[in-house]
Design a binder for this molecule. Structure first.
Ligand SMILES: [Zn+2]
Length: 281
C-alpha cells in the first residue's frame, strides 16, 4: 500500500487497504459478507459516498455527486446469488454501478465491533460519556465489542430521553418509541446501532437504566419489561447507523485524502407514522 499522498490519487485498492486496517474483515461475523463487492482495484478514487444502504436511490446520489466509490454499511449481496441479471432488483444495482464505474465496498459487523465503531457514533449523538462495550469482544484490550454503555450528562426521565433521542438522531418517519414507565429516571444508557434485540440480556446484566436500539418486537419487549429489565427505546434502523457515516467520512478524508460525502438520504423503509396518542415530556 502506498503512503497517503495528496498529490497522487489513491486507487480503490488503496482505500480498501485503509478501510481493512480500521475494520479488519476478520472481525466480521461468520455469516456476514464484507469487503470489496465490485470495482477495479486500480481505478482512481477522488470522491467517496458513505451510505448505510446501497439502494437505487443512493446509487443515483453517487452518480449525481460524481463518486468513484460507495462505502456502505449493509451488504448488497449477503446470501448466495446465481444471477446478477438486470431484471432483478440487486442485479440492476450491480449493472448501474459497473456502468457508472462506481466501486462498492462494505464494512458491516466488522465496523460494529470496532473501537471507534458504529455504536460509538450513536452514543456520541446522544451525548453519552465514559463509553464501554455492551458486549465486549472476549479477551480484547482495545475496547472492541458490540454496542456501547454510557452515562447521560444529567439524569432525565424516560419521556425526556425519548424526546432527546428523537431530536438528536437523524430525522425519520419512524421517530423513537419507548417501553417502560415514562417517568422512570434514566442515568445510564446502552445503545446498539441496528437490530440490537440479541443484546437485551446484556443490557439487563449491565444494570443500565435504558437501552436504545432498532427493530424491537412485541413479545421480546413485553417479556423484557415484565422481567424488570431496562427501559427500551426503539429508533429507526437507519437513524441508529447514520451517525457512524460522519466518523467514516472523517477517517477517509484524513487517511486517504479523498473527498468523502455523507448521504443523508433516509433509506429506512418506513415512510409514514401517525399517532393520536403522543405523550410529551
Ligand atoms: Zn444495520
Amino acid at each position: 500500500m502506498r503512503a497517503p499522498d495528496t498529490t497522487v490519487e489513491p486507487t480503490v485498492a488503496d482505500v480498501v487497504a485503509i478501510l481493512d486496517r480500521r475494520y479488519p474483515p476478520s472481525w466480521a461475523e461468520s455469516w456476514d459478507r464484507v469487503g470489496l463487492v465490485l470495482g477495479e482495484p486500480e481505478a482512481p478514487v477522488r470522491r467517496v459516498l458513505c451510505v448505510v444502504d446501497c439502494v437505487p436511490e443512493t446509487v443515483a446520489q453517487a452518480r449525481e455527486v460524481g463518486a468513484d466509490l460507495i462505502v456502505a454499511h449493509h451488504p448488497l449481496l449477503l446470501r448466495g446469488v446465481s444471477s446478477v441479471a438486470p431484471t432483478t432488483y440487486k442485479g440492476r444495482i450491480v449493472h448501474q454501478l459497473i456502468k457508472a464505474d462506481i466501486a462498492l465496498f462494505v464494512a458491516h459487523t466488522n465496523a460494529d465491533v470496532a473501537n471507534p465503531g458504529v455504536s460509538d457514533a450513536l452514543a456520541a449523538r446522544l451525548g453519552l460519556r465514559d463509553l464501554r462495550p455492551l458486549r465486549p469482544v472476549e479477551g480484547d484490550a482495545a475496547g472492541r465489542g458490540t454496542g456501547r454503555i454510557g452515562r447521560l450528562p444529567e439524569p432525565m426521565t424516560l419521556a425526556e430521553l425519548t424526546h432527546h433521542a428523537a431530536v438528536t438522531l437523524p430525522t425519520t418517519a419512524w421517530g423513537v418509541r419507548a417501553a417502560g414507565r415514562p417517568d422512570r429516571t434514566i442515568s445510564t444508557v446502552a445503545v446498539c446501532g441496528g437490530a440490537g434485540d440479541p443484546f437485551l440480556p446484556d443490557a439487563t446484566a449491565a444494570g443500565v437504566d435504558a437501552y436504545l436500539t432498532a427493530d424491537l418486537r412485541h413479545h421480546p419487549v413485553s417479556e423484557h419489561i415484565a422481567g424488570g429489565g431496562p427501559a427500551l427505546l426503539d429508533a429507526a434502523h437507519w437513524a441508529t447507523e447514520r451517525p457512524w457515516l460522519d466518523d467514516l467520512a472523517a477517517h477517509l478524508r484524513a487517511a486517504c485524502g479523498v473527498e468523502a460525502v455523507v448521504s443523508d438520504l433516509d433509506t429506512d423503509p418506513w415512510t409514514v407514522h401517525d399517532s393520536l396518542k403522543e405523550p410529551r415530556p
